[in-house]
Design a protein around this ligand. Structure first.
Ligand SMILES: [Zn+2]
Length: 127
C-alpha cells in the first residue's frame, strides 16, 4: 500500500495552516480540521501523517504572532537567494532545505521545512 503524502494546506476560511493528506489524483484536500472550511495546498515538501502533530505544534505559537511582511521576507529571504543562485545550492543540505522528501529528513530539518511552509503562507496572505 502506497503511503499517502501529507501536504501543508491553508484554510481559506480561518487561515489555519495544517498538514492534510492528499491522495494521488486528488485536487482538493480534506476540509479544515478546525472550521471545516476549504483548504488549498501550499508549495512545500511532502510529509507523513506522523508529522502532523509536530506541524500543529509549530503552527500554534506562530499563529497569534503579528509578523510584519518585512520580517517574514527576511526569514524566507535566504532560501530565495539560494534558489536564484545555483552556485550556492551546496548550502541547501547545510540549511536543511534540499528537496529530498521530508520523510527522509531528520526531525530538525523537517521542522525547519514546516516553519518555512507556515511563514510562506503568512507572507502570501499578506501580499
Ligand atoms: Zn479553517
Amino acid at each position: 500500500m502506497a503511503v499517502v503524502p501529507w501536504l501543508p494546506a491553508l484554510c481559506s476560511a480561518c487561515s489555519l495552516v495544517q498538514l492534510l493528506p492528499l491522495e494521488p489524483g486528488q485536487v482538493h484536500t480534506q476540509p479544515c480540521r478546525s472550521c471545516g472550511g476549504q483548504c488549498s495546498v501550499l508549495p512545500g515538501e511532502m510529509y507523513a501523517e506522523s508529522d502532523a502533530p509536530l506541524f500543529a505544534r509549530i503552527e500554534a505559537p506562530l499563529r497569534p504572532m503579528v509578523l510584519p511582511p518585512r520580517t517574514l521576507q527576511r526569514v524566507l529571504g535566504l532560501r530565495r537567494v539560494i534558489d536564484f543562485l545555483p552556485p550556492l545550492h551546496f548550502l541547501l543540505p547545510e540549511l536543511g532545505l534540499e528537496s529530498r522528501p521530508a520523510l527522509e529528513r531528520t526531525h530538525l530539518v523537517r521542522a525547519s521545512g514546516m516553519v518555512m511552509a507556515i511563514l510562506g503562507a503568512r507572507l502570501r496572505s499578506l501580499q
